[in-house]
Design a protein around this ligand. Structure first.
Ligand code: E4P
Length: 219
């Protein structure tokens, strides 16, 4: 199971990398907007800085902001040339599907994002996207079951041997990650806090306190 961190913050990426369990990074325009980046051209430098922080980790999803086919492919190509680790993140829509097809044919990795339905996930796979990003948390927020969507996508992809990798996104809590693992999802992208929350258990804390106390008493 691949662990990606969902952030554009260099310090957070460094912390996640230091854990030794990081496989990649995903960003989106909202996450980029949170960083102290002064202009549009500096965004490109920021993506390169993220890529340069990573060594063995696989890839960095950088999202396009264009909304029509010609601009999408132009922006996608520009992003892909920034660094070999860049995966071009493209929102699902008719032009987006066409752009994913075009870029995939050129062996440029894509991540089809903002996926909230089975139909969208089928189109992402048909267009040859390397990743599909269904948004778990945002579905849960509107009382729709994000995990059921992910299960359905996995079954359908298996039925047709689609090669697109499922990257569960909009992860809000450790149970999302655990349930994705049970389903056998290829990858999750999560805030660092949720990944760190996986390590916590009250019995571990009390157990460790007791071990140290007993050791100290005796020695
Ligand atoms: C996915 O790639 C998105 O960047 C992200 O997971 C969205 O998460 P949010 O719903 O917490 O904003």
């Amino acid at each position: 199971m691949k662990f990606f961190i969902d952030t554009a913050n260099l310090e957070e990426i460094k912390k996640a990398k230091a854990l030794g369990i990081l496989d990649g990074v995903t960003t989106n325009p909202s996450l980029i907007s949170k960083e102290s980046i002064i202009d549009k051209e500096s965004i490109m430098n920021h993506y390169v800085s993220i890529c340069n922080l990573l060594e063995n980790e696989e890839d960095v999803s950088a999202e396009i902001i264009s909304t029509n086919y010609m601009d999408m492919i132009q922006e996608g190509e520009k992003l892909s040339l920034l660094h070999p680790k860049i995966v071009v993140k493209i929102p699902i829509c008719e032009d987006g599907i066409k752009a994913i097809k075009f870029l995939s044919k050129k062996n440029i990795k894509t991540n089809c994002t903002l996926v909230f339905s089975i139909g969208q996930a089928i189109l992402a796979a048909k267009s040859g996207s390397y990743y599909v990003s269904p948004f778990l948390g945002r579905l849960d927020d509107i009382s729709s079951n994000g995990l059921n969507l992910i299960k359905d996508i996995k079954n359908i992809y298996e039925n047709y041997h689609f090669k697109t990798n499922i990257l569960a996104a909009s992860i809000r809590h450790p149970l999302h990650i655990i349930e994705c693992a049970k389903i056998g999802i290829h990858a999750i992208t999560s805030p660092l806090k949720v990944i760190c929350d996986l390590v916590k258990h009250p019995l571990t804390n009390t157990g460790l306190d007791k071990f140290l106390e007993d050791y100290k008493k005796k020695f």
